[in-house]
Every structure is written in C-alpha cells, then in structure tokens.
Design a protein around this ligand. Sequence first.
Ligand SMILES: [Fe+2]
Length: 201
Amino acid sequence: MEVNLSLGRTQFGNSAHIGNVLTEVEALELLNAWVANERLRLHMKQVGAVMKAWALEREKLPETEAHKWLLAGVLHDADWEKHPEGHCRIIIEELESRQIDPAIIQCIASHGPRYFGVEPQTIMDKMIYVFDELSGFIHAAALIRPTRYEGMDVKSILKKLKTPAFAAQVSREDIQDAISRIDTQLEEIIAFIIQNQKDVQ
Ligand SMILES: [Fe+2]
C-alpha cells in the first residue's frame, strides 16, 4: 500500500530561529534514541558526512553553515523506522518544537519531492536529494564486495545503476531527477560519495 507522505506545506521552521542548531552529540543522541537499526543509523551518518564535506569543499561554506548540512543529513530519516506513516513530518515537527534553524528543517523536507511534495530550493536542499539515494546505493554495492570500499571505482557503480535487479528498491528515476537539478555530473557525485562516506562508522 502506498502511504501518502505529502507534507501539505512548503514553509518550515521560523526565521527567528536562524542559527539555532543541535550539537553533533545532541543530533547523534536523537538518532540513537529514535533509530534502533544500525544500518539505518549508518546511512544517516554517511549522508551527513557527505553533506558536510560538500558544503566545505565544494560550496566553500564556513564551518557553521556546513554544520547545518551535517545535521540535515544525520537527521533526515530519523522518524522512518518508528513512524513510516509519518515519515518526515514527525522529525520536522520535532525540530520545529526545538526551534531549530529553518534551513535544516526545509532541507530535510526536500529530500524526497515525489513523496513529501516539497521542491528542493537551495543548493543544500538539492544536494540532500542527490546524495540520499545514491549514498545508500553505493553502500549496498560496498557490502557485496569482499574489500568493501577499497578499490571501488565509479564505473562499477554506473554499471550497477543500469542493472535493475541490483538494489531494486532504489529509484533510478529519482536519482536522474535529482542530478538533473544540479550542475555536477553523476560520475563526479559518485566519486565524491565514495571518498567521503567510506570511513564513516
Ligand atoms: Fe535517506
């Protein structure tokens, strides 16, 4: 059964709360309290690490801004395990009640436009959409390799993307849609993800 996850709104958080963030420790505490599944926790930490690295290295943002990218990544699926029917809405409401910076909340709301009905606006929004599915896909590919990430190349990932049976739940259509919204090629994104998530634990 398809659950309707549409958020029914496009404004999140409050501009009076710009600059209010959780520390990384607080975000990980929330993650550990809300998510029991080790692999899902790792997925969120990987997306967080890749988001932060992109903000620093590619967008040349200061540490305080890159920290918001990290938090959006680390928390984007926090409610998925316990509340699949309220996925995205629950974590958004939690962060709004904690008066967290609206950019973080809007970014989380943007990670699946087809599901949540929110179009990515900022580069931060667009990048979480790009990284989310691809990060999980690349990790699935690492898990079936004896040497995991070591020696993994972009070409093998491209080949798996063209193999519908591999990680069939990952929507190739969403990946294409996400990539079409940014100026960077898929190959470069894959290389960046491999580089920045391989050592996350
Ligand atoms: Fe995710």
